[in-house]
Design a protein around this ligand. Sequence first.
Ligand code: MSP
Length: 664
Amino acid sequence: MKPTYYITTPIYYPSDKLHIGHSYTTVAADAMARYKRLRGYDVMFLTGTDEHGQKIQRKAEENGVSPQAYVDNIVNGIKDLWQLLDISYDRFIRTTDAKHEAAIQYIFKKLYDKGDIYKSEYEGWYCTPCESFWTETQLVEQKCPDCGRPVEKTREESYFFRLSRYQQRLIDLFEQNPDFIQPASRANEMLNNFLRPGLEDLCVSRTTFNWGVTVPFDTKHVVYVWIDALSNYITALGYPDQDGALRRYWPADVHLVGKEIVRFHTIIWPAMLMALDLPLPRQVFGHGWLLFKEGKMSKSRGNVIDPVVLCREFGVDAIRYFLLREVPFGSDGNFSNEALIGRINSDLANDLGNLVSRTAAMIDRYFPEGLPQDRQTEDLDHELIDDCLALQGKVQENMEQLQFSQALSEIWKVIGRSNKYIDETTPWILAKSPQQSPRLATVLFHLAEAIRIISVLLQPFMPSTPEKIWQTFGIVDPILKTWASCETFGLFQSVGMNKAQPLFPRLEMDKALAALDRLLAGESSAPKETGVTAEEKPKTKMAQPRTAGQVAAPEGLAFIEFSDFQKVDIKVGQILSCKPVEGSDKLLCSQVNMGDHVRQIVSGIAGSYQPEDLIGKQVIVVANLKPRKIRGSLSEGMLLCATTASGYRILTVEQVVEPGAEVS
Ligand code: MSP
């Protein structure tokens, strides 16, 4: 049976769209999950959303929708983001899943029955953005010591978890398992700031809002959001059912978390597990923050970077590479557009891109039928071969420590070595003399093999680039793509090249920076820089231009920027069922398959269609219209229709497409 590997990300608050900082943790977890799968592990990679709590309830109220409708909408966007970033999670848990909620009630009751939870009164301070309690003495200048934001005075009847009971066992855990928290410096922080000064019991229920899991035996209380959230790591495996997935994957091999939530994961969570008599996770890795000019990214600082914009501009693999390469995992690091474009140009376009394109072009030009078997090796070759053979071990050593940047840096050393080998062996000179053909074939074979090994080892980091390289080099045998195949040098089979797949185009720093600034600021995303000036651009021929060379905005309407249009999420859906809305002769209520979920849409088209006319139709849906109730029925979007003198005509697609397809 395969060995198992269980890795988790924090479950994210769906209070807003996620930004590049959240993508950082998830991409790191994905690289690790892919690496372990390639090494033959049965991997469980869990991510999800932390949907309860005061913050979300307030957000939903501000938006005039129910908390559930609010989070449903954001969670759809989060899943789309993970799909875009090629995140290969195995499970996605939502804390509003019925099974999770039932498990939380079980946990709360179990701890209460054991005497680990008791009722009392809480008086202190609460930071709603962090959903954390603080005592007077812990506050820094009367603000939350974690995020620096204002705290609220709270006094309410509450249940408490006897955290103090676990103080000594936690100290022992830290002292006896130096690997439990990584990087190690974070362990000292926990010991000195929290554990040694003494743990107080933790308030674990709230009564001043109701968006949470109800305490089963005292229904005016909801369970504190961190108890609800931390438990996701076991409820996602089926807890309280102790067989099946829980038996197979628990304890987790590693919880990846940002440094600000290490405290919850290394103090509260292990204490909860001790109280539940469950084994503890093997490791909590607290990584650093991506910092921006104005500090940590946040909406209030106005420095939020949308990963979708970056992926559209530069491609997913480039963004994943940058996140994993730029900052050693564990430390804080700066994110800047200059650094991103710089890395794309130097590492991806120059180093990797040139190696691949030069080698592919030379093989194609000199040996279009494939490399001949007649070979001639020289001493010089061994340096490259040895570096290639040592590479897998170096990558593994770093990956086992979650040192993504270092692992990539090792791969890039071999890319550099290979480029140098081209300069040393000068294949274009060898190509001039037919007697040198065996030597030329050998050089190109070594380069192709180095590229094969590099591409196989790149798979955890970049999901699409290796496949493009294999296509170009005609690498089809699955064995040549396995992790184990990198233990051998010389497996490349030359069967002729295919058309080179473009990897990473070189960017003009100034133009790319300006375009990116515009896009991130949400301004006009002018058509991609083509170098064509406005005057040179072909003018669109209008049937009857109102003003020569210009298109006027329709009467009563202003022009909108392209970025305004981009704010509208339009998708193809398929109507599964449809019925009239009771009490209305205009409205029809449809259940629409959106690919990854079904949503309900109410439309005023009963005068033009019978419900049964619509079933099976593919329709165009405005998917991010704020949900609202129409005649008592929730409508989560709008179907687009043409308006004619005789009524509405539903817009549809010219050919059947997958439900959920983007319309742009
Ligand atoms: N819901 C809690 C976690 C519960 S886990 C049982 C939470 N959610 S969050 O949406 O605020 O996400 C926090 C996580 O996002 C951080 O721990 C970190 O992993 C990631 N990041 C958010 N901003 C980040 C940066 N600027 N840089 C790096 N990681 C960041 O806390």
